[in-house]
Design a protein around this ligand. Structure first.
Ligand SMILES: CC(C)(COP(=O)(O)OP(=O)(O)OC[C@H]1O[C@@H](n2cnc3c(N)ncnc32)[C@H](O)[C@@H]1OP(=O)(O)O)[C@@H](O)C(=O)NCCC(=O)NCCS
Length: 161
């Protein structure tokens, strides 16, 4: 079943995030190119996004999928914007042990209804070109591609070198 996020879910959300985003994360791509930065690995960076997603009022737009055994199988995070009327989905992940059984689809549909209830007129989600599931899944739900963005990164070494 889907239920609202509670603060004591955070460790589980982070565990699922660290396992799920190994091959589909900008933070991981950066580490693959440039190595560890600032003494922190890519999981540390990615998990900060989850802290942000559940901070303050954002937490109201976060939902988890709980199994009958009370385990968390997946989660979705959201943001609303009363001025733009565009709801944003920063993160969605389903534990690999539970993937492929419709949980991701249910979580998105739940958040889309929540956005409607909150007065949003559109929903926005971003995915990496390397994420094959995202490329088929989101259009199948009704999302239309509107833009492609390229991320660049460089080390700030000594300019004299
Ligand atoms: C993306 C993700 C959340 C989907 O969750 P899920 O519970 O496995 O998804 P569902 O079972 O609801 O399947 C939804 C759709 O995803 C696609 N899909 C799911 N598993 C797939 C697979 N192994 N290969 C290809 N497409 C797949 C299908 O289009 C499926 O639709 P269908 O049921 O009509 O075939 C999950 O795979 C995940 O956590 N991935 C890693 C993190 C990630 O990519 N997050 C999204 C970032 S934009």
């Amino acid at each position: 079943m889907i239920r609202p996020y509670r603060p004591d879910d955070l460790d589980e959300l982070k565990r699922i995030t660290a396992v799920c985003f190994t091959s589909v994360s900008i933070d991981r791509n950066i580490e693959d190119k440039l190595g560890v930065i600032g003494g922190h690995d890519w999981q540390w960076r990615k998990l900060r996004h989850i802290d942000n997603d559940v901070s303050g009022d954002h937490a109201r737009h976060v939902f988890v999928w709980q199994t009958p055994e009370a385990e968390i199988a997946g989660y979705i995070t959201g943001r609303t914007d009363d001025d733009s009327k565009i709801g944003w989905i920063p993160n969605l992940a389903v534990d690999p042990a539970h993937q492929g059984s419709g949980i991701g689809r249910q979580l998105i549909n739940h958040l889309l209804q929540h956005f409607r209830d909150e007065g949003m007129e559109c929903a926005k989600i971003e995915t990496l070109a390397q994420n094959e599931i995202g490329a088929t899944f989101y259009p199948a739900i009704g999302f239309q591609e509107v833009a492609r963005q390229v991320h660049y990164v460089m080390r700030l070494g000594d300019p004299e070198e």
